[in-house]
Write a protein that binds this ligand. Structure first.
Ligand code: UN1
Length: 495
């Protein structure tokens, strides 16, 4: 794939500001350049906001079902381009091709789902305490929304935000992660091709410190939707708070999988491989802790290590590859530093963690998938690593497993493998997490359900599902009095 140059997309036009600085994204498999982009200034971000602001009145007046038809066309474009975009995801980010395609499929599913939302956007109708008075709520768009997205789901997460914001009648300024800016730009091109009116969706590429902050600080931006790390998320929240904006945050995870003594171990092993090493562990929902019952500890661990010994790490574009490179030098360093830390803290690295060298590996960020035995409370058992390093903890019983599962600051996803239906249902209540899976790994969210977490994973909001609309709308409460006289609530009918 040859590299391609992209400008900013503002007011329906691609443009490269004269003299603009540029940056590029690279393929984590071999270091080649994938795309070159404008490093936008705060003034560029301001122009993008101005364009979104200008486009807002006409877009909000467009009937929501018409907005939905447009989204359906976007879904068609994405479907037609699925293979090409899937390969781009894999090339720019490094997840294996089946997952690259899955990323695009998640985009298609969500955009299509939101298109249908255009015929719902439901409010409520409730009785009045007075005669001939009608009470209802309607949903109204917030205005200009800033969507700031990470590199791990470089088409799906942008679409989660953009499609939900647009169907509700907002206009959007989108800043993708720099590492996957080409995926971001191609998402925007799909909306352009579908015929979205000028200014309704704008793209500004560049650093979070310049572009992201300029967007959050701009008084015309009424809502910010951010997915990324917890430290940045906290800064985004504080910054947005100054402008009293609605700030929606999807942050980290330290997701446990509990495997009980009565689990179907074959099923649990398949689930663990997918949950821990899918996307090279770089999902907010990745299974990063295995809480393993002592009765099946040795057997399950033995089978896991055996599976990993024949696990193929390599070119993510090859269909048979199990795991590609991690996404960047920074990710590689981070995982390696956690491995060092684990060794220092006395954890036992059972397998993996080497930087792979020779052959096709030299120019990429290839690490062998790692499993470390540790104890509750250790750093690798509590901090988000975002890479192919699984922490394993021995547990004695269900109560202990839940205690360990919950003793982290995050609360996104969680999973339990058991055949005991009582225990499964108890786990649903006991896990401090936004998502619980029973007999399935911690990853694999579906778009028609809410996605998000508790504790440091966010600030209470949810993406996806029909509740996604709540993040992007204001509720207007409406009273229509058709009695032709002044009626006084709380007073007229009081005894
Ligand atoms: C994320 O990791 O930020 O459930 C999103 C999953 C995916 C989405 C993950 N459908 O793993």
């Amino acid at each position: 794939m040859s590299s391609k140059e992209y400008g900013l997309f503002i007011g329906g036009r691609w443009e490269t500001p004269p003299g603009a600085a540029t940056f590029h994204s690279t393929n984590p498999t071999n270091g080649t350049e994938v795309g070159s982009f404008v490093s936008a200034s705060a003034a560029d971000a301001g122009r993008a906001v101005a364009s979104a602001h200008e486009a807002f009145p006409a877009w909000r007046e467009t009937p929501a079902p018409r907005r939905g038809e447009l989204l359906l066309r976007v879904a068609e474009v994405l479907r037609r381009r699925k293979e090409e975009l899937g390969r781009l995801v894999t090339t720019e980010m490094g997840k294996v091709i089946a997952e690259g395609r899955g990323d695009v499929q998640e985009s298609i599913d969500f955009v299509q789902y939101m298109a249908g939302e255009g015929r719902r956007l439901a409010g409520e109708t409730v009785p009045s305490e007075l005669h001939h008075k009608f009470c209802m709520t309607v949903r109204q768009p917030k205005g200009v929304v800033a969507a700031i997205t990470p590199w791990n789901f470089p088409t799906a997460i942008p679409n989660w935000k953009i499609a939900a914001a647009l169907i509700a009648g907002n206009t959007v300024v989108f800043k993708p992660a720099s590492a996957t800016a080409r995926c971001g730009a191609e998402v925007v091109r799909a909306y352009e091709e579908a015929g979205l009116p000028a200014g309704v969706l704008n793209l500004v590429t560049g650093s979070g410190g310049t572009v992201g902050n300029a967007l959050i600080d701009d008084p015309r931006v009424r809502a910010v939707s951010f997915t990324g790390g917890v430290d940045t998320g906290r800064e985004v929240y504080v910054r947005g708070a100054r402008g009293l904006k609605s700030v929606h945050l999807e942050l980290g995870g330290k997701n446990p999988m509990i495997v009980m003594e009565d689990a179907n171990l074959d099923l649990a092993l398949d689930g663990l491989m997918f949950g821990a090493f899918g996307t090279a562990g770089q999902r907010c929902t990745a299974t990063s802790r295995l809480l393993l019952h002592e009765q099946v500890y040795d057997e399950f661990l033995g089978r896991l290590l055996e599976r990993l010994r024949s696990f193929r790490v390599g070119d993510p574009l090859e269909e048979r590859t199990g795991m590609g490179p991690v996404a960047s030098a920074e990710q590689e360093r981070k995982v390696q530093s956690y491995l060092d830390l684990a060794r220092k803290e006395g954890d036992k690295i059972l397998i993996g963690g080497e930087k792979l060298a020779g052959g096709g590996y030299d120019a990429g960020y290839f690490l062998s998938p790692a499993v470390a035995e540790t104890r509750p409370g250790s750093r690798i058992a509590t901090e988000e690593i975002f890479g192919p390093l699984l922490a394993v903890i021995r547990i004695r019983d269900y109560a202990g497993a839940v205690r360990v599962a919950n003793e982290v600051s995050y609360g996104l996803s969680s999973a339990i493998y058991t055949r005991d239906v009582n225990r499964a249902f108890r786990a649903i209540g006991d896990f401090e997490a936004g998502i619980t899976y029973v007999n399935a790994p911690t990853i694999g969210a579906e778009v028609q359900l809410p996605f998000g977490g508790v504790k440091n994973t966010g600030n209470g909001g949810r993406e996806a599902g029909s509740v996604a609309i709540e993040e992007f709308t204001e509720i207007k409460t409406v009273f229509v009095d058709f009695s032709d006289r002044l009626q006084k609530a709380q007073i007229d009918l009081a005894p």
